[in-house]
Write a protein that binds this ligand. Structure first.
Ligand SMILES: NC(=O)c1ccc[n+]([C@@H]2O[C@H](COP(=O)([O-])OP(=O)(O)OC[C@H]3O[C@@H](n4cnc5c(N)ncnc54)[C@H](OP(=O)(O)O)[C@@H]3O)[C@@H](O)[C@H]2O)c1
Length: 333
């Protein structure tokens, strides 16, 4: 079996660390693993397959001989190094939003539109984490009856803001519980004992950049330029796994039984839906694994052509690292 030289751009961050685990757990055929980060990580090492591998400061020559670069850094870093990655002849599977809406760049959820990686020109984008989790959950329902629109509220974990998010939540919770002050640094307001109804910057119509990602990326992934998505994204004091409340408007009514059967058979999904038994998706249950849990499926009381559901997924795994490695598997497979 052929094996590949894989670099992780941002190997010391929240997504990069998860990529190391996912590559190992899925037994991706890695010949050599190159962890790249900034000068801040000089002297650091990452663990891969039981070995300590020194982190390398990112530079043009680092990409020489690399086959696949998994991007786990912010937009500016992805934009800065994409030309060097292309010159080295490597394929760049990027988690930032820098290239997602570029018509030349496939935007892929492995269970939804794997065929889109064909014809890539060196860059394949991983969608936004809330977008991946939501579309993995609703894709099977779209096959029963086309989804006209979605009204979404997300409850997003602090690790979605990077490795600094959980550090701030834990330290701030402890400080505030002792009556001490803990000024926020990662978030704009205290996240301990709070929820913050803004993720990203202000964009059109009073929505934020995070909210518009689901709107635009959903259209591209589902090949549905007419899809309308109205989203409210909220940061909550949860360490890991995003939760999403979705109201789906269909062309034709879809019954709860039909929806449950479809979710039960949908790749990447697990049906957890028994209100009487108090069984529903929750972030503590979905953390550290790859399935998107779907439950609370019910007909909408206002509009019979709509269904409501609640889904949870680990945004560092299926929402980032796992989907990126699945794309790499599609690429080499
Ligand atoms: N967190 C999530 O749940 C999530 C989900 C989906 C997508 N994403 C996206 O994935 C990307 C990474 O997010 P994250 O949460 O993992 O962030 P993070 O924890 O802050 O990690 C950022 C990584 O980028 C590296 N980096 C920063 N500046 C660099 C530079 N100039 N050159 C090379 N490397 C540099 C950092 O290295 P140092 O340690 O040396 O600073 C670190 O390894 C972002 O684009 C984010 O939007 C995140």
């Amino acid at each position: 079996m052929k094996s590949y030289r894989v670099a992780i751009l941002g190997a010391t961050g929240a997504v990069g660390q998860e990529m190391l685990r996912v590559l190992e757990q899925r037994n991706f055929p890695v010949e050599t693993l190159l962890p790249l980060a900034s000068s801040r990580s000089a002297g650091a090492a990452v663990t891969f397959r039981g070995q300590q591998i020194p982190v390398v400061e990112t530079c043009e020559s680092a990409f020489a001989g690399v086959d696949i670069v998994l991007g786990a850094a912010e937009n500016a870093v992805a934009l800065a190094w994409a030309p060097a990655i292309a010159r080295a002849g490597a394929v760049f599977i990027d988690n930032s939003s820098a290239f997602r809406m570029d018509p030349q760049v496939p935007l892929v959820v492995a269970e939804v539109n794997p065929e889109d990686i064909q014809g890539h020109k060196g860059i394949i984008s991983n969608p936004n984490c809330t977008t991946i989790i939501t579309l993995t959950a609703v894709h099977a329902l779209n096959a029963i009856s086309p989804i006209r629109n979605m009204v979404v509220s997300s409850y997003q974990a602090v690790s979605g803001a990077g490795a600094g998010g959980p550090v701030e939540l834990l330290a701030q919770t402890e400080a505030l519980s002792k009556g001490q002050d803990y000024p926020p640094k990662v978030f704009s307001y205290p996240i301990a004992y709070n929820v913050i109804p803004q993720i990203g910057s202000e964009q059109e119509y009073g929505y934020t950049s995070e909210e518009m990602k689901l709107h635009y990326e959903g259209r591209k992934i589902l090949h549905r330029p007419d899809l309308a998505v109205s989203c409210t994204c909220v940061r909550v004091p949860v360490l890991r796994s995003h939760s999403v409340s979705v109201r789906l408007g269909f062309d034709h009514p879809v019954s709860v039984a039909q929806a449950r059967a479809a979710i039960e058979n949908a790749p990447g999904c697990k049906l957890v839906d028994d209100l009487q038994a108090q069984q529903y998706p929750m972030p503590l249950d979905t953390s550290g694994q790859d399935l998107v849990y779907v439950g609370r499926i019910r007909q909408d009381i206002v509009d019979g052509c709509c269904l409501n559901l609640w889904c949870c997924g680990d945004q560092l795994r299926k929402g980032a690292a796992t989907n990126a490695v699945q794309i790499a598997e599609l690429l080499v497979g």
